[in-house]
Design a protein around this ligand. Sequence first.
Ligand code: NAP
Length: 281
Amino acid sequence: MSAQVLSGKQLASEKREDMKASVQALKEKGVTPGLAVILVGEDPASQTYVRNKQKACENTGIHSELIELPETTPENELLSRIEELNRDESIDGILVQLPLPSHISEQSVIEAIAPSKDVDCFHPTNVGKMMIGEEGFLPCTPHGILVMLKESGVDIAGKHAVIIGRSNIVGKPVGQLLLNEHATVTYCHSRTPNLREMTRQADILVVAVGRYGVVGGEDIKEGAVVIDVGMNRVEGKLRGDVEFESAKEKASLITPVPGGVGPMTITMLLDNTIHSARKRS
Ligand code: NAP
């Protein structure tokens, strides 16, 4: 069997076309969706992520504002910039690019963002809403994965979803969203013994570790759906966490890296920003 390759790039570009129309409709009502992105320091990977987010905003018609602060910015100064953006009526979403320099508490920064503008869905209020299935922002990468599964016609209810990784950004929330869709969810992490025993039981396998090759064809059940979240530089090339070639022979559906989950993540960020702006229309 050779898996169908699920192109997040293709789906993202279709979704973004629809979003352009939504943004245009909002503009006709006098509302231009606005996203503020704060970048502290000069980490090259963060600079690339921020640039990509800005470019995506521009292409969709969303106003984006980049606030670049030096590495040495004191925490209280960052918090007061967030406060200003919380009050700014032209801004619908605020995103602080992580990681932050070690003298700044990520949690304090996340909690300073008004939940109504927390388009990354990291604020405890929004995480709580997601847990209990209340309407609100959904975290971008997990939401992107859910949309990819649904749009490819994957039946989630009753399936066994195995998630490798338990970060607050990817692992935990993707499991929660799949649970909300009635999957039976198993979380694995660095202390899980016999990882292969778990992954081989997965109907839907989500891999969010950050290490190339953590999963290969021999770890996958025949016909499984494999979602590769990882982004790793291997000999200068962008690779996922999954050995794509061997996994493709076992899976029924698999996401590539690049061109899989990544483009959907940014698309869901745009989606959250547009949703937030609708409250002003
Ligand atoms: P993270 O915070 O470092 O979490 C990694 C998780 O993997 C942890 O829960 C860790 O377990 C687990 N882990 C580490 N080694 C393992 C092993 N050998 N076996 C099983 N589990 C293991 O990373 P993250 O932020 O979730 O990101 C994960 C990957 O996704 C990274 O490559 C990141 O770049 C990528 N990512 C991609 C997107 C996108 O849009 N495509 C978005 C976000 C992240 P412990 O908890 O026990 O330490």
